[in-house]
Design a protein around this ligand. Structure first.
Ligand SMILES: Nc1nc2c(ncn2[C@@H]2O[C@H](COP(=O)(O)OP(=O)(O)OP(=O)(O)O)[C@@H](O)[C@H]2O)c(=O)[nH]1
Ligand SMILES: [Mg+2]
Length: 463
């Protein structure tokens, strides 16, 4: 495919700042090779350009002062066989904070322009190297903080969702052809293709779109992490359990009830799945102003929690006060654990335990007992759908995707209504085209500038 023909050649340090063995600098645009020659006189001295996709060890100099800046590994990718589809040069310099910056400055001095966030990927999309969904997955891949989300992003980068939606788009085009066939021969008594068949085809596609929409809550959870809010009476061991799940001593633990006052949040992964843990103030009636504010905060977190991890020191019946708190949480979100299992309690306490409490997990932050079972329970409670999702089944992971699919489904439903009432098929078909258009815009077959702006706004420089 022809390069879109941007005038500037852009450059960026693509690796993170800080101490490292190597850093990568990227250069993309028509002048990538001439700019390389300006900073690497050895390239200029060669009889021809460097071979594409071969690594060379070149000295890098400042184009104005001639100062030697580094020895770097240089790879040239000839257009269009490159990430962006343009002429690309990648320079691997020594890492650290100085060498990459100085080589980068040399490239700017030679005439490159500093790339904007996501500009390389944006060019890749505009040159047809990646579709929009793949571009989104590139950002997800970089942002991924859990292996589960990473897995979804990789699948999308491999065109998982794109392929599925392209197939649905093809189905819609076929349905449109069926309708047009009817419109082209309006004088026939019986339409050449029965309306029922057209409706059936549209409904089939609609079901597929709805299935994809149905994966969005799980995709959203994978992106943001499931919120687990630890709650319970003061001193019930919430902060200790919070620290044990995190693997670091983050919250203060003392034997004084009412230690935690504010809510403490921390992102973590549990068995590869993303979670946000929230430790809260113990729930109790109190005259203490600060403590009661903390309890109010806790209540707000509880309302928004994906899972309420209720900690009780009892291994049997909950106290009246505890039972009152627990009643306010709906059962699907509630997970009750008996803490401090290492202390061992007289088995007599279990007598009179409410139904279901035999299954209650007993955990100890001190000895580690029950923590593995608790981790598994947390993952199953939040990510059961993800665990049972076939690996090749695509997942809707962004608001943009969800909205576009919603609009496509709405158009398709309107189409079905119109065509069934046998209103003018020309009118119905505009809704069918609307549904197709939404899918095309989602994949990136047609893109508008503001779609690109929102999408690439969250990229990092050099990607
Ligand atoms: N033996 C034992 N003691 C524990 C365990 N977990 C917590 N404790 C003790 O119980 C006391 C209270 O623990 P915290 O983790 O501060 O309890 P909390 O629920 O956060 O308390 P508040 O913040 O005051 O509401 C401390 O003295 C802890 O050392 C455990 O698993 N085993
Ligand atoms: Mg605490």
């Amino acid at each position: 495919m022809e390069s879109v023909g941007f005038d500037d050649t852009i450059a960026a340090i693509a690796t993170a700042r800080g101490r490292s063995a190597v850093a990568a600098i990227r250069l993309s645009g028509r002048l990538a090779l001439p700019l390389l020659e300006r900073v690497c006189p050895e390239v200029a001295g060669r009889s021809g350009p460097p071979d594409a996709r071969r690594q060379y060890l070149f000295r890098v100099h400042h184009p104005e002062t001639g100062e030697l800046l580094d020895r770097a590994l240089v790879t040239y990718f000839a257009a269009p066989a490159s990430y962006t589809g343009e002429e690309v040069v990648e320079i691997s310099t020594h890492g650290g904070s100085i060498a990459p910056e100085r080589v980068f400055s040399a490239l700017l001095a030679a005439g490159a322009r500093q790339a904007l966030p996501g500009e390389f990927t944006r060019r890749a999309v505009l040159n047809g190297k990646l579709d929009l969904l793949q571009a989104e997955s590139v950002a997800d891949l970089v942002d991924a903080r859990s292996t589960a989300f990473h897995r979804a992003a990789v699948h999308q980068m491999e065109r998982g969702l794109s392929a599925r939606l392209s197939a649905l788009r093809a189905d819609l085009l076929r349905t449109e052809a069926m309708v047009s066939y009817g419109i082209d021969f309006p004088d026939e008594d019986e339409p050449p293709i029965p309306i029922g068949q057209i409706v059936e085809a549209a409904r089939g596609t609609l079901r597929q779109i709805e299935l994809a929409i149905g994966t969005a809550p799980q995709g959203e959870l994978l992106r943001r992490g499931a919120a687990v809010v630890l709650a319970g009476l003061p001193n019930s061991g919430k902060s200790s359990l919070f620290n044990a799940l995190l693997g670091i001593e983050r919250a203060i633990v003392t034997d004084i009830p009412g230690t935690t006052r504010d809510a403490i949040e921390a992102d973590t992964t549990v068995l590869g799945f993303p979670f946000r843990l929230v430790d809260t103030a113990g729930l109790r009636e109190t005259q203490d102003h600060v403590e009661s504010l903390g309890i109010e905060v806790a209540q707000n977190y509880l309302a928004a929690a994906d899972i309420v991890l209720f900690c009780t020191e009892s291994s049997g019946t909950l106290s009246r006060q505890e039972a009152r708190f627990v009643r306010e949480v709906d059962a699907k979100r509630l997970l009750v654990v008996s803490t401090k299992a290492d202390l061992g309690r007289p088995s007599g306490e279990v007598v009179g335990a409410p139904a279901g409490s035999e299954e209650r997990l007993r955990v100890s932050a001190r000895s580690g007992v029950g923590l593995t079972a608790l981790r598994e329970r947390l993952v199953h409670t939040s990510f059961d759908e993800e665990l049972s999702r076939p690996p090749d089944e695509p997942l809707v992971t962004s608001e943009r995707q969800l909205r576009a699919l919603g609009r496509s489904a709405a158009e398709l439903r309107r189409f079905v209504v119109e065509i069934k009432e046998n209103l003018s098929s020309e009118f119905a078909v505009t809704h069918l085209r609307g549904a197709t258009h939404e899918l095309e815009e989602l994949i990136g077959a047609v893109t508008t500038d503001d779609v690109l702006d929102t999408l690439f706004g969250r990229f990092c420089v050099g990607k």
